[in-house]
Every structure is written in C-alpha cells, then in structure tokens.
Design a protein around this ligand. Structure first.
Ligand SMILES: [Zn+2]
Length: 627
C-alpha cells in the first residue's frame, strides 16, 4: 500500500522519487483508513504516498530528503478558521507578547526591559493574547506600575475587548487631555480634576481601544514584509499550516492586503491564507461591497492566498460586541441595510462569514436569511457561516442547519470566561458556546482562536480548551458533556476549516493527492495527560512539502528567514509565545529558577519590612539557590 489512489487523481508515478519522506513516525492521517501508518512521502507539494516505512523505499532517490521523526506523532497541519493573521502580521514585530506569561511580575519585567531598548518616538504595545486571569497575581498592571517601568516611553497595554492601560508618556503621545471628549461607546477614565488617568474602557465598543492604538507609529512596507514572515513562522511553530483570515477593523482592502499579496507573489508565504473583505466605514458598506463585487471574485488567487468571501462584518449596525464585562449591546433596527448587503452578496455568488456573539443577534440575522430563502435567494449555493456564537440557542442551531450554514468557534472563553461567569453565571457558561449541540446537528464547526487582539494565536490553548473545558485561569468551564474528544477537536482544527473554504478535497487529511501540510509534534497529542496539551509545539512543520519550521532534533532543516527588524523589536528579544515548560531547554530552566529565587528574595524583603520574618515552615532563601 505504498500509494493510495483517491478518486479523480491520476495514478502515482512511483518511478519518480519523492522530494521528502518523513518516516519512523506515528502518523495520524485524519481518516478511518489507513488510521495509523509510519511514513509520508511528498512530491511536488502534495502527498505522494502514506504507508509503512518499508513501503517508502521505492520512492527514495538520491535527491529525496529523508527525515527520521524518531517515533513522534505526526498530524495534518492545523487550520485556524478565525485568525486575524493579515493584521497580526503587519504589527507582529512591534508588539510585546504576553501570551503564555504566568505572572504579572514577569510581564512587567519584560515591559521594563523593552522600554529601555525602545527608541524615542516608538511605543511599547501589548496587544492581546493574554488575560489577567493567567497571571498568578490575577490582576492587571496599574498605571503606576507602567509609569515606573517606563517613565519616558509610551506604553499601551490592551486587555481583551475590555480596557487599555496607558502610562503618562502614552497619554501625552496620544494627545489625551482633560479637554478630550469621550468617543461614542468608550470612556476615558478621569481623576477628580478631569485629567485622564491612563485607563480606557470599552463601554461597550472596543473602538476607543483600537483607535488609540492606531495613533502609534507603524512599520514601513519592507519591515511589514519581514514582520509578516516572522508572524507566519511563529504560527508554524505550533503546527499551523493554514488560516482563514477574518479581516477586521483597520484592515482596508486592498491597501492592507499588499504585504501578503507580495509574499504570495514571491513564494514566501509559509502559511496558506483564505481571506475575507470587511467594509470599514459605517454608511459605506453597500458601496464598498458593490465595488469589490465588481473587481474581485471569491476563489481568486491560488492554493496559498485566496479570496473566500465577505465578512466577518457586513454592516456595522448589525455588529454585537463580545465584551462580557459589559451588558450585551442593544442593537437598533439594522435589518433593512443588512438584508441589502446579504442579498447583494448572494446574488453575485459571494459567500460570507458573519460575526455574531449573542443569540439575540443571531435570531435577527436568521430572520433576514429566512426571508430571502423564501424567495429562493438564500444561500443560493454560497457558503456562509456564523463566527463566535457563544450564546446561540438550540432553536437557532436548527435554523442554521436548515439554511445550510456552518459555524466557527474560538476559545475566547478561555480568556474571558471569568468575566462571562461574573455577568451571566456559571450555569449559562456551561453552554457557551454549545459545541456539542452544534456537532450533534451535523453542522460544520471550525475551530480557531480569534487572535491576536484577545486570544493568543497558540492553537494548543484552543485544542486544550475544546478537550478539557479549562480556561487560562485553570478553572473548568464545561462539564464532560460539553467537551469534545481529542480526535474531534483535531478534526475541527483541520477538516472543518478546509470545508469552510471549499478545500476539503485537498486539505485537512494526510492522503495521496492532498497538500503536503503536516506537523511533527513535541508530544503525542493523543496520549499526553490532558493538562499537557496546551504545552505542545511543533518540532517540524511542512507546508506544501516545504519545511517551514524546525526545532529540537530537527533544528536547521527549515528555510532560512531574514533577521527580525527593527533591531529593537520586542520579538527580537523575547520571541512570541512564552513557553512555560522547561522542555524548551536549559536556558529557560535557569531563567525560571532565577525568577523563582528573585521572587522569594523580594518576598522576604516584604516580610522583613513588616517584621514578619521568614515564611512559616521555611528558612531564608539558600544563597546557593539565589543564582
Ligand atoms: Zn468577530
């Protein structure tokens, strides 16, 4: 069974050697048959064969690259079905990422160090990927702490969709004074004298947060290219080989798509991207959609970069905000304009994705779709899906199924679940979102993160959340019945995403003829203890037969990447996601020990200052331990 012909594909030419063979692996193909094999052969960017090691011999020639996976688990490359990857790439090297950081103390130390290496005129920005709940201290930094860490460098720290904390220098750089009015849906928190304190609140719209961030300097085009390359490589680090871009605010078409278009044109994308077009300005949505329908078509592009439709926003008036620390927004009458947009899209063969957090919004959207369906205008053969759907009801799920829709869910609750519980109660959170109910109806449910401004882009946090129901705070949100098994979770991260872009015939499983997109994992996803799933990384990521990421025993096998620019970039110093496990190597282990020692010395000083002496049951820190 060296080759497994699949329907419609030409028979394989076994006389021609493969370009790449990965063997001695535990290969999960993602299909029933063959369920478990040990080798994958790749030719011309596609899988040429899957089978057992001995069966690969005829495919290995003098030019074949052979990689011994040393018994590790191989799974199909992951596909984040809701990632703001284009926007994330344009800004990646400018951001200090607190993703994975376990204490506020460490986060502030990073911030202090980064402020010192940031040149005048630039900002330090922490934009998503973390939550106060992940810190041992369970709290946000204060304005005073930011001022202390960065007396002169503007610092902007975004927390979920809820708030931002700015230091004194950032308030000055943004031009916020006692005379600055509050923007609509947002609040500049003020002291008794009317001066801004440094806190910004989304109340409930996050626009105030993003429009403030938009005052910070941006990269020039050359640096945007490098920044995007490094962001894609960071995603490859976790086994991601595809993403469906959800567009987003401040992501204008075509201007802000130029960087990924240039990378695609020159063969430098290391992640496949299907993208969407998102009207940016309230009141101009229909004009924008009309213009795009006249110039581009869904499916335009190639296997690396292609247009998939409109969304996740169609009309601003229909957008609900998922700020769970605020009441659900009451939307005004939006149906007229919304119907016009949907009708325009479906009549012209455009599918779409639609941001909707709450069932109240979803029910109103569905009523519009059903009205169009009664006239035979919906979905008219077009793919469509709801994004997020945290509080969607069983009745709405039935209606979505009847209209041939799909869903994409993200682990936003692992970051915002505590806020959700405080507002709506633990019982309501048990079904937020009701993933089992979606799957039980046979709906296609893609998984993803919604990174980079709220959740982290690390897919293993999302897979861990799907399987264990646990949030970054450590608390379990869902009972067993609300979770999914590991195989299903992986399918949501592979096959389902491929369906959402109509690529299920070429993507999502490891079979001959499919794209050679796979990842060799640091630990076996199917057998590691549940709490370890979140710590999995890729050690070797292959996209279209190219090795785009390699670490551990495979280090050096991947394509070279230009160095991070600018030199002061936080990514150049800290990288992206901060792995918590000493598995990352001895250096990290030593750093953790150093941090622990510093922490105990600090704690001792604090106790001494209060005449409390050494902690009960423990002596003063051993000087040998204080590295
Ligand atoms: Zn959204």
């Amino acid at each position: 069974m060296a080759t497994m012909p699949v329907g419609g594909l030409p028979p394989h030419d076994t006389d021609r050697p493969a370009d790449l063979v990965v063997h001695n692996a535990k290969v999960h193909t993602g299909t029933a048959l063959p369920a478990a094999v040990s080798a994958v052969a790749v030719r011309d960017g596609r899988i040429a064969a899957v089978g057992h090691d001995a069966e690969m011999a005829p495919l290995i020639g003098p030019g074949t690259r052979v990689v011994d996976a040393v018994g590790r688990r191989v799974v199909p490359g992951l596909n984040d079905s809701h990632l703001h990857v284009i926007r994330g790439g344009l800004n990646y090297v400018l951001e200090l990422r607190w993703d994975g950081v376990r204490s506020l103390r460490r986060a502030l130390a990073m911030l202090r160090e980064q402020a010192a290496r940031t040149p005048k005129g630039q900002w330090v920005r922490v934009v998503g990927g973390w939550s106060a709940d992940q810190f041992a201290e369970r709290r946000l930094p204060t304005v005073a702490e930011l001022n202390e860490a960065a007396p002169d460098t503007p610092v902007f720290v975004l927390h979920l969709y809820q708030s931002a904390v700015m230091n004194r220098a950032a308030l000055a750089a943004a031009g916020y004074t006692r005379d600055t009015p509050d923007p609509r849906g947002g609040q500049i928190v003020r002291g008794h004298g009317g001066e801004p304190t440094g806190m910004l609140l989304a109340a409930p719209s996050a626009l105030i947060l993003y429009s403030t961030l938009a005052k910070a300097p941006v990269l020039d085009e050359a640096d945007r290219i490098t920044s995007t390359q490094h962001f894609l490589r960071e995603l490859n680090r976790f086994g991601l080989t595809s993403a469906i871009d959800a567009a987003g605010g401040f992501q204008n078409f075509p201007d802000n798509y130029g960087t990924v278009i240039e990378l695609a044109r020159t063969g430098r994308l290391s992640l496949r991207i299907a993208y969407h077009l998102f009207p940016q300005t309230a009141g101009q949505e229909i004009a924008d959609l009309t213009r795009w329908i006249g110039t581009v078509r869904p499916g335009d592009g190639d296997e690396w970069l292609r247009l998939n439709g409109a969304g996740e926003n169609l009309t601003w008036s229909a957008a609900d905000f998922e700020n769970f620390s605020e009441p659900r927004p009451e939307l005004g009458a939006y149906e007229g304009e919304f119907e016009q947009a949907v009708r325009l899209l479906t009549e012209h063969g455009w599918g779409f994705r639609l941001h909707a957090t709450y069932d109240e919004t979803i029910r109103r959207d569905l009523a519009v779709f059903e009205k169009l369906a009664a006239d035979g205008l919906f979905p008219a053969g077009n793919r469509w899906l709801f994004d997020h759907a945290e509080t969607v009801s069983p009745d709405s799920l039935d209606r979505i199924a009847a209209l041939g829709g799909a869903l994409s869910v993200q682990n936003r609750m692992s970051f915002q679940g505590e806020a959700f519980i405080r507002r709506y109660g633990a019982a309501a959170a048990l079904q937020a979102p009701p993933i089992r109910a979606m799957l039980d109806r046979g709906l296609t449910v893609g998984a993803g993160t919604d990174a980079t401004r709220v959740s982290s882009y690390n897919p293993w946090l999302a897979l861990s959340w799907l399987v264990s129901g646990r949030m970054v705070s450590g608390r379990t949100l869902y009972p067993g019945a609300g979770r999914v098994d590991r195989r299903t979770a992986l399918e949501m991260y592979t096959v389902a995403g491929a369906r959402l872009t109509g690529e299920e015939d070429v993507k999502g499983v490891l079979l001959p003829g499919y794209y050679a997109d796979l990842t060799v994992l640091s630990d076996d996803y199917f057998t590691v203890p549940e709490p370890e799933i979140q710590h999995i990384e890729s050690l070797l990521t292959v996209v279209g037969g190219r090795i785009v990421y390699a670490a551990g025993e495979f280090e050096g096998l991947d394509e070279p990447l230009p160095p991070v620019v600018p030199l002061w970039s936080p990514v150049a110093r800290f990288g992206g996601y901060q792995a918590a496990l000493p598995a990352a190597g001895g250096v990290r282990q030593a750093e953790l020990l150093g941090e622990a020692a510093a922490e105990s010395a600090e704690h001792l000083r604090w106790r001494n200052a209060r005449d409390l002496g050494a902690p009960a049951g423990g002596a003063a820190p051993d000087p040998c331990f204080a590295l």
